[in-house]
Design a protein around this ligand. Structure first.
Ligand SMILES: *Cc1c(COP(=O)(O)O)cnc(C)c1O
Length: 453
């Protein structure tokens, strides 16, 4: 939040003039803010984190001293100890929930390759410049090339802010004021109250619902196609499963209708994964005849938050050239992270998905034994992990966890890095499937540091 500098100076003055609230009982006075900020450790931190962040830590430490929580001669130390690692309020979390793509933890964690690429791209970079000729170049061209290499049936690609933006752009560019034909069985709520039909309607396109909740046939789509049709939309029901007396029209059954078929696959699998037989993949849907596929970058693709559009060159171009495309375009750091995710080694998400249950069990046993040696009531237990992030519902991934007394859940959550487990049957479970093995030492250290609390 921006603040008027004059007001800030005034605030600071007020703070610095403020008489220390120590009773006249001979106790030492709380050091003044300007004196504390002159501490070399805090001066250095102000250069790295910004004066406001350091001052906030100082004020908190003064308040704690005033409340008698810490001795007055340790205020500077307390302020140093309370300094955040970065100037951002976001804290690092070890995801021990057993949910691979945890929405509240920012879905997919980036690979080391992607993080390095982000760091490099965060400065001035040739995102829209051809350094060989010194002329303007297509933004994100190497990320787009990487996408097309991974999805050979796609003629072209475009990248937007998220999966929802890809749908909005498709509806706006390809069905302005026209109809989008969609099955009643695929009117999906993504999460947090956001519903795909409402998202599409917000663009001014009209939804033409066909079929019933449980059964929609190719003939239902065919009967609805007409002069008003913008495209047929298939939405993957990514966060629920329908079983019993059901019928869904396959993409291949909809290709002869004379209108584009757009498939929202959701999770961003680029090629089939044998572990997830029910998850549609971009290559497969395009090969089956879809004209366009839309997906998220930060679900099973394992990359940064973004939305991906793949498919017919003329349709992708219409979307990319629509004025709204500018409002939905991604940052250079996203382009860098996506390309490094596509070209780099296996993502943390893929590692977690394919982790061997026996290896997880060994890790849990080793961690639990080491903690027991320190007097912690820890044991290794079998656990069940899930893909999450609104993906692969019903898929159970056998896993292993370190089981601790329940109070650890809150204690570990408040640490730095925070360790986020889950509470089950009165125990705090730290599920290792989504935890890279290199972080086991962080879990050990976090539990160890909080055993006496
Ligand atoms: C997740 C999802 C979306 C929304 O994608 P965001 O990247 O969260 O905007 C849309 N459709 C399907 C089928 C999804 O699974």
């Amino acid at each position: 939040m921006e603040r008027n500098p004059r007001v800030r100076a005034c605030d600071a003055g007020g703070m610095e003039r403020e008489a220390p609230v120590t009773p006249g009982d001979g106790r030492r006075r709380i050091p003044r803010t300007d004196v504390l900020l002159a501490d070399p450790r805090l001066t250095a931190a102000a250069g790295r984190l910004g004066r406001g962040v350091v001052k906030a830590a100082v004020v908190t430490a003064q308040r704690r001293a005033r409340a008698g929580e810490i001795p007055v001669d340790t205020v500077a130390d307390a302020a140093v100890a309370a300094l955040p690692g970065t100037a951002s309020g976001l804290r690092a979390v070890v995801n021990a929930t057993g949910v691979l793509l945890h929405t509240n933890l920012g879905r997919a964690p980036l690979s080391a390759a992607a993080r390095e690429a982000v760091l490099l791209a965060s400065g001035a970079t040739d995102v829209e410049l051809d350094l060989a000729t010194g002329t303007r170049a297509r933004r994100g061209r190497s990320a787009l090339a990487a996408l097309l290499e991974r999805v050979p049936p796609a003629g072209a690609a475009h990248i937007v802010n998220n999966g929802a933006a890809a749908l909005v752009l498709a509806a706006t560019a390809l069905a302005p004021g026209r109809e989008i034909i969609v099955s009643r069985g695929e009117l999906v709520e993504i999460g947090d109250g956001f519903r795909i039909p409402e998202l599409l309607a917000a663009t001014g396109a009209r939804l033409r619902e066909v079929g019933t909740t449980n059964r929609t046939s190719p003939e239902d789509y065919a009967a609805a196609v007409g002069a008003e049709t913008g495209f047929v939309l298939k939405v993957h029901p990514s966060n629920f499963r329908m079983t019993g007396f059901t019928r869904e029209a396959e993409v291949a059954e909809l290709t002869g209708l004379g209108v584009p078929v757009v498939v929202d696959i959701g999770s961003g699998l680029l090629a089939p994964d044998p572990l997830l037989p029910d998850e549609p993949d971009a290559s497969g849907r395009l090969a089956a005849g879809a004209d366009l596929v839309t997906a998220s970058g930060d679900k099973l693709l394992g990359g940064p938050q973004c939305g991906i559009v793949l498919g017919r060159d003329d349709l992708v171009r219409r979307m990319a050239r629509h004025p709204l495309a500018r409002a939905l375009r991604v940052d250079k750091m996203t382009l860098a992270a996506l390309e490094a995710t596509l070209r780099g080694p296996r993502t943390p998400t893929a590692e977690a998905l394919h982790a061997d249950a026996a290896v997880l069990r060994d890790r849990a046993e080793r961690l639990a034994a080491a903690l027991r040696d320190e007097g912690v009531d820890a044991r290794a237990v079998a656990s069940e992990a899930a893909v999450g992030g609104g993906g692969a519902p019903g898929v159970v991934l056998p896993s292993a966890a370190v089981s601790l007394p329940e109070p650890y859940a809150a204690r570990l959550r408040r640490g730095d890095p925070a360790v986020m487990g889950r509470v089950e049957d009165g125990r705090c479970l730290l599920d290792l499937r989504a935890v890279p093995e290199a972080r086991d030492t962080d879990i050990h250290a976090a539990v160890s540091a909080r055993k006496g609390i």
